[in-house]
Structure formats: C-alpha cells, structure tokens
Design a binder for this molecule. Structure first.
Ligand code: ZN
Length: 221
C-alpha cells in the first residue's frame, strides 16, 4: 500500500517553529527589517520557505510555503518569497545543505556596494571566526529582485562557497542546518561592520598561511 504525503505535512511543528523563531530573532536584532529577507529548511526534495509579502518578525508557523528544493516551484502553503529560485539554486549546488538564509543586513549590503573590492573574495580575513564560519566570500553581479537570471550564477558560485554576497542586495548563506546558516550570516554581517569601522586605517588581516591553516582545520556545509 502506498500513501501520498501532502507537501505541507512534510515539515513538523518543531521545524516550523525554528523558522519562525529565527525570523523573529533576526528582525528584533535588525539583521532584517521591513518585509525583506527569507529563510528555508530542506528535507529531502522539499524546502520550507518563508512566504512573500510578510515580515520575518511576525511569521506564522502554519503559514510557511513548501517548494520543490531543486526547482523552487511552489507546492503548498502561501505564495513563496520571490527569491525561492535562489534557495533552489543553492540547494542544487550543495547537496549537504539543510538550510539557506538570505537578508538585506545593513553592513553586508554596504560592503556589497563598495567599489574596488575583489569579486572573488570581498572581505579580508580579519578574524579566525570569520574564516571558520564564512571563509571566502564571492560577490555576484547585480540583478533586479526576483530576476531568476541570477540563479545560474548563484548555483555556480555555491558549488565552492557556502556564503555569497549579491551586489547591491545582500548575503545568501547555506548551512548544514538553520542554526549553522544563521551563525555564518551573523559572522558575515559583523565582519562587514568591522571592515567598515576599520576603513582608512592600516590593518593586519590574517596572513594567507593563517587563513589556509583554518581552512584545513575547519570545513562547513
Ligand atoms: Zn533579497
């Protein structure tokens, strides 16, 4: 006997609660604001994603969207974020990623509009925790919000990086689970803030040898 599982029943109450709690936490700490930002958790072929048009500070656990994790297409629940295709692109590229978080966090966005940065690695390795949680951060070209032409570029970059910075837009970060993805996004935002605080001062980032040593010791999804 086979039974079809409705997509909305694929995500249990605890997973839905985790998404709601992280949304509120991000919103209360101003890592996200207004109706920006989106969070997703993947289980198998499906992802639970925050819906379009709402604030991450006031999510309803019963009103989260279910999408196909490979295509981003809407399967159940309310209409998903128009950035669903970005989550799908990262999940295609990173089979071990269990969560993706995206925000328009102020300092990360500030760095995403700086001229004369290295698009292969936008921020210097200021601290060991930045290298361990984020690593190398590529800058992707500007696309209008919801323009799915960004999908292939994001997928390509995500094969070798779990954190991406979208030009004039914000970070997209994958992790083994929601807590790891959030941890890396917060580390990125605080390092962006440090970078801006230090602008114009002579700094001593970690040396390539120190960074490489950390890359060897620590890996992330
Ligand atoms: Zn966005």
């Amino acid at each position: 006997m086979s039974t079809l599982t409705a997509p909305e029943s694929l995500f249990d109450a605890a997973t839905r609660r985790d998404v709601v709690d992280l949304g509120r936490s991000f919103f209360e700490r101003r890592l996200t604001f207004g109706r920006t930002g989106n969070l997703s958790v993947r289980v198998g072929d499906h992802a639970l994603l925050t819906p379009t048009g709402g604030s991450l500070g006031a999510l309803d656990p019963t009103q989260l969207s279910v999408i196909d994790a490979r295509t981003g297409s809407h399967l159940a629940g309310p209409k998903p974020s128009k950035e669903a295709f970005l989550h799908a692109a990262v999940y295609r590229a990173r089979p071990n990623a269990g969560a993706v978080v995206h925000t328009h966090s102020t300092h990360s966005v500030a760095v995403s509009v700086l001229r004369d940065v290295d698009p292969a690695d936008v921020l210097p390795p200021l601290t060991a925790y930045y290298v361990m949680r984020v690593g190398r951060l590529p800058l992707l070209p500007y696309h209008a919000p919801g323009d799915d032409a960004l999908g292939p570029a994001a997928e390509e970059a995500a094969r070798t990086h779990h954190a991406l910075l979208l030009s004039n837009h914000g970070p997209v970060v994958a992790g083994a689970d929601l807590a790891s993805a959030a941890d890396a996004l917060e580390e990125l935002e605080e390092t962006a803030r440090l970078h801006l605080l230090l602008e114009g001062r002579a700094t001593r980032p970690l040396t390539p040898e120190q960074s490489d040593d950390l890359h060897r010791r620590f890996t992330s999804a």
